[in-house]
Design a protein around this ligand. Structure first.
Ligand code: ZN
Ligand code: ZN
Length: 359
């Protein structure tokens, strides 16, 4: 909860010998204060927590961020933030290196002349392990995505466009309480299945094609991520075989997820499985990513993952795919909760090959 999150921020102040942190990343306004507006910054010192915002958000900030002193700015966000830092007597201020645009940094550095403003901090690591309340929001976002999948199966038929499929999924999730799509919905049919990030187009779906749908819901700010590939009609031998191989890799990796293992080792399990089936050269991306307030977060499951040990309460996706130019492709993805003993898939839609017939 917020007091504990502020404690973790203040530990960084101490560790980096800073008097204050300037927090401006949108999801961090939410994570560290509870406030869900934009165009605002947080200023955290050892004893103070300020939220600088404008007239549109003063009332909302008071309600959503009760632990923060709300400061209203009328002549510019950075000017007010600099004034606050000066009046608090700060000598050394940290900022978010991955969130503060260069132009804003330069502006702030000018306004803070005489005050140290060089320490870039990365706050993302503080929210890798999710709290119970965060996990229940992600669980809900996954349930919404699962229900949309069930619904879209009755809508899919030859002759409709990928965009219509995406719109159906998104509308369904919205009606079930999703705030927005997790990301631009991917619907890739037929040969377009070889595009790992093939966002939906006006292409019409043809009988016999694979249709890959990669999408998610957002609940209380928290994302879900699921991919399912279905066949529009009866699958041919090659489709059936490759689908089975991707599913085998996905399940093998799922069985390898647990607290204590590295992000590289889980990726390797899926890669080894596809290698045994002669398909590893068609699997170009990493196996998965974490997610939460953002759709892509650390830790990753990939050959380059820096995560030495997954921890209970982390979330990862398990999403191997095979992409063959000229033929097509497929991917199967779950959002998975890391526990002491294994990986619990929070997306639960069937992964057996679904052949949509008679529609
Ligand atoms: Zn996805
Ligand atoms: Zn994903």
């Amino acid at each position: 909860m917020i007091p504990d999150r502020l404690k973790r921020l203040r530990a960084i102040l101490e560790e980096k010998k800073l008097d204050a942190l300037l927090v401006n990343k949108l999801v961090h306004l939410h994570y560290f204060s509870g406030f869900r507006g934009d165009d605002s910054v947080l200023i955290i010192t050892g004893s103070k927590a300020l939220l600088v915002t404008d007239s549109r958000y003063v009332e909302q900030a008071g309600q959503q961020a009760p632990l923060f002193e709300v400061v209203k700015q009328e002549e510019g966000l950075w000017k007010k933030a600099a004034e606050c830092l000066r009046s608090l007597g700060c000598r050394n201020v940290g900022f978010e290196g991955d969130a503060l645009y260069y132009n804003d940094y330069a502006r702030m550095a000018g306004l803070l002349e005489g005050i140290g403003f060089r320490e870039a901090v990365d706050l993302g690591a503080l929210r890798q392990v999710k709290e119970a309340e965060e996990i229940s929001s992600i669980r809900r976002a996954c349930e919404i995505a699962d229900r949309a999948f069930e619904d879209v199966l009755g809508f899919l038929r030859p002759g409709i466009s990928e965009i219509e499929v995406a719109a159906h999924l998104e509308n369904c999730m919205r009606q079930l309480g999703s705030e927005e799509p997790s990301f631009t919905t991917i619907v890739a049919s037929g040969e377009r299945g070889s595009l790992p990030h093939g966002i939906a187009t006006e292409k019409l779906i043809v009988a016999g094609e694979f249709v890959t749908m990669d999408y998610g819901a957002v609940y209380q700010g928290y994302h879900s991520d699921i991919t399912r590939t279905v066949c529009m009609g009866t699958a041919d031998g090659r489709q059936r075989e490759i689908y089975g191989n991707v599913l085998k890799a996905q399940l093998a990796a799922l069985g390898a997820i647990r607290a204590g293992v590295s992000g590289r080792s889980v990726d390797q399990v899926a890669r080894d499985s596809l290698e045994r089936d002669g398909l590893v050269q068609y699997f170009g991306h990493g196996l998965g990513h974490s997610l939460g307030l953002e759709i892509h977060e650390e830790p990753r499951l990939s050959p380059h993952s820096k995560c030495e040990q997954l921890e209970p309460g982390m979330l990862v996706t398990d999403e191997p795919g095979v992409y063959i130019p000229g033929w097509g492709g497929l991917r199967i993805e779950d959002t998975v909760l890391v526990t002491e003993t294994g990986g619990e898939p929070l997306t639960r839609s069937s992964k057996q090959l679904i052949e949509l017939k008679g529609q």
